[in-house]
Design a protein around this ligand. Structure first.
Ligand SMILES: NC(=O)C1=CN([C@@H]2O[C@H](COP(=O)(O)OP(=O)(O)OC[C@H]3O[C@@H](n4cnc5c(N)ncnc54)[C@H](O)[C@@H]3O)[C@@H](O)[C@H]2O)C=CC1
Ligand SMILES: N[C@@H](CC=O)C(=O)O
Ligand code: NA
Length: 438
């Protein structure tokens, strides 16, 4: 950084988020200067292909030599919004080794390599900020990393993927098909380049890993996260949830086990949430994160979790912070992974469950079902029986049971499901969904 000269910023990626970040950097120069105390100069934008026009961005800034851009030696801040593992990983590491602070929105990379990235930032005395990586515009990384670091987090539960929340919401409130709702989410710029990452839960799993690592001061990777997406959620599941006073949400959940040496539970799955819970009313592409801590109690963070402008807002907050640190000659050294907690297997996680299945309509069947649940330590909260008519009435199974359980472990649930699947008085197709929140 030249004395009194501008701080030099390099941007990698000019897609949905990157082109918006570039526009803010170019259009809001005076405002940003007043907030940082020094001009921010966008010196180059690494792109995959040149020759593509982006409105409001001077094409002379584009270069296909992203590595050359970040290693030229005079860059103060590198913003990585390419996504994916490579070449983003090599570029980010090279940028930090060349003395630049890094801002990234890349949860996939962070959830794979957080320990290495943090260590590289610390070794090179540069900043690594990533507010945009979880829940877009919503400030959640900084609250966990700074504001709540003196407290004890008990649980974090959130809607952290805008695309899937949009799809589930449109399937529920506008009777759109899964495919129609996904297409709309893609058109609106919420979905990942490959929307499989959204609908299969991988994007939420990456965010869950980052949240769990921050909440419990340990290393958690995406591969540690139990993950089920929303591709098998049907209109019938949504209707069943509605009948039970619930909505279906894809939740990322992390909490600790009650052991002497608590282990981390971290999971993503479609969840029935009671309509009275604050997360139930989070609609469209909005995200929300519910944090339960020892001293602060329950906190709810709500807002836009995806889209170019909201995500650029989070990126720019980090850019200004890193630029201010730069001027002070300091970096936010962050100690990560110092608790070395184990991640518990999914079998040890607990939840309530809603299980529905068809049964023969004859004396003793209800008692036999109750015995199956009891044998596996799963206590019943409510049982509803409805009669099947017409085409629904298959192979003599004339009634459908909808069972809401008390909290039980996944291992015990698996025992119940296996036994129901084998029982002669139970029809094929036992459905279940986890239930969280009260
Ligand atoms: N779109 C959203 O709402 C949000 C996105 N994010 C994250 O932000 C990042 C960017 O997302 P989007 O802008 O939506 O993706 P995008 O796919 O619209 O943009 C990525 C851009 O990077 C370019 N690119 C690929 N390889 C490159 C290379 N070697 N050098 C330079 N550019 C290269 C692509 O051509 C593309 O234009 C991802 O990590 C994503 O997970 C985070 C929060 C919200
Ligand atoms: N594809 C993601 C974008 C933000 O991280 C989403 O839908 O939430
Ligand atoms: Na955020």
């Amino acid at each position: 950084m030249a004395e009194n000269g501008p701080l030099k910023v390099a941007l990698l990626g000019a897609g949905v988020v990157g082109s918006q970040v570039a526009r803010v950097l170019l259009a809001e120069g005076d405002t940003l200067e007043s907030r940082v105390g020094r001009r921010l100069e966008l010196v180059g934008i690494g792109v995959r292909r040149e020759g593509i026009e982006r409105a409001g961005i001077d094409s002379s800034l584009f270069t296909t030599d992203s590595m050359g851009l970040v290693t030229r030696g005079d860059i103060d801040v590198v913003i990585e919004v390419i996504g994916g593992i490579e070449p983003a990983r090599s570029l980010v590491l090279a940028a930090m080794r060349s003395g630049a602070s890094v801002i990234t929105a890349n949860k996939a990379l962070l959830a794979q390599d957080m320990a290495k990235l943090s260590a590289t930032a610390n070794d090179n005395e540069v900043d690594l900020y990533y507010e945009a990586a979880v829940a877009g515009a919503i400030p959640i990384i900084r609250p966990l990393r700074e504001s709540l670091v003196g407290d004890e987090i008990r649980a974090v539960m959130g809607i952290v993927n805008g695309t899937t929340n949009y799809i589930l919401d449109k399937m529920t409130t506008a009777s759109l098909s899964f495919e129609e709702a996904l297409q709309q989410a893609q058109d609106l710029g919420f979905a990942e380049a490959d929307p499989t990452a959204d609908v299969e839960g991988h994007d939420a799993a990456a965010k869950a890993a980052i949240l769990a690592g921050l909440a419990f001061h340990t290393d958690v990777r995406q591969s540690d996260v139990f993950c089920e997406g929303i591709t098998s959620v049907t209109a019938d599941d949504i209707a069943a949830a509605d009948a039970m006073g619930c909505v279906v949400k894809l939740l990322a959940i992390t909490k600790l086990t009650n052991d002497d040496e608590p282990r981390v539970i971290v999971k993503v799955h479609p969840t029935m949430v009671p309509k009275t819970h604050p997360l139930a009313s989070v609609s469209g592409a909005f995200n929300a994160i519910f944090v339960d801590s020892r001293d602060a109690g329950q906190l709810m963070f709500l807002g836009a979790g995806a889209g170019g402008a909201p995500t650029a807002s989070a990126v720019m907050g980090d850019v200004v912070t890193a630029a201010r640190n730069r001027l002070r000659g300091s970096a936010a050294h962050v100690q990560t992974g110092y608790m070395k907690r184990e991640v518990a297997p999914i079998g040890d996680a607990t939840a309530r469950y809603y299980i529905s299945f068809d049964v023969e309509d004859r004396p003793g069947v209800l008692a036999a079902c109750a015995t199956v649940f009891a044998r596996h330590n799963v206590s019943l909260q409510t049982v509803q029986q409805s009669y099947l008519e017409g085409l629904e009435r298959r192979d003599g199974f004339a009634a459908r049971l909808g069972v809401m359980t008390h909290e039980a472990s996944e291992t015990d649930l698996a025992g119940v499901l296996a036994e129901l699947a084998e029982a002669s008085f139970v029809g094929t197709g036992v459905n279940y969904m986890r239930v969280e929140g009260s």
